[in-house]
Design a protein around this ligand. Structure first.
Ligand code: TYD
Length: 141
């Protein structure tokens, strides 16, 4: 499958008024395709740091730079795409089984991640060669 049909850029509604901005992300198919089970955020990462470098067998993610900017490279073993996250209204949906790297964090970057599952180290694939092998095996089924 082409990677363009796997990830999604989602523009959230802006409910702001003269008091300031408000962005809502509802799960379960309202704003994003999955039920939100977990949220975490990454900040204080240097511009030289590369985070992620893994794929998840089960978990789907939604990434938003609620402050500052970062880049995300997503890879399906055949194609890759780089997305710059730089607006609190902009979400990147990443389905399970895509390899991802997060990097180029601005000093003020706060990267919010919503996840469809609780944390489970066993569903992480942290070796890229393993990832390619698993993708190949799944494709051959
Ligand atoms: P890691 O997966 O390396 O973070 P990233 O994908 O951003 O590079 O996680 C760093 C540490 O935090 C690692 O010891 C696992 C732990 N962790 C949790 O306990 N729960 C979580 O939901 C996440 C994302 C990480």
């Amino acid at each position: 499958m082409s990677i363009k049909n796997q990830y999604k850029i989602i523009e959230f509604k802006e409910l702001g008024d003269e008091r300031g901005n408000l962005v809502v992300i509802e799960g379960d198919g309202v704003d994003i395709p999955f039920d939100i089970k977990r949220a975490f955020y990454i900040y204080g990462s240097d511009s030289t740091v590369v985070r992620g470098q893994h794929a998840n067998r089960e978990t789907e993610f939604l990434l938003v730079n609620v402050s500052g900017s970062s880049k995300v490279k997503i890879d399906n073993g055949k194609e890759s795409v780089i997305v710059e996250l730089n607006k609190p209204r902009m979400g990147l949906y990443i389905p399970a089984m895509l390899w991802k790297d997060m990097y180029d964090f601005s000093a003020d970057s706060v990267l919010l991640v919503l996840a469809s599952r609780h944390y489970d180290e066993h569903e992480y694939i942290r070796d890229y060669q393993d990832y390619l092998r698993i993708i190949d095996e799944n494709g051959a089924k």
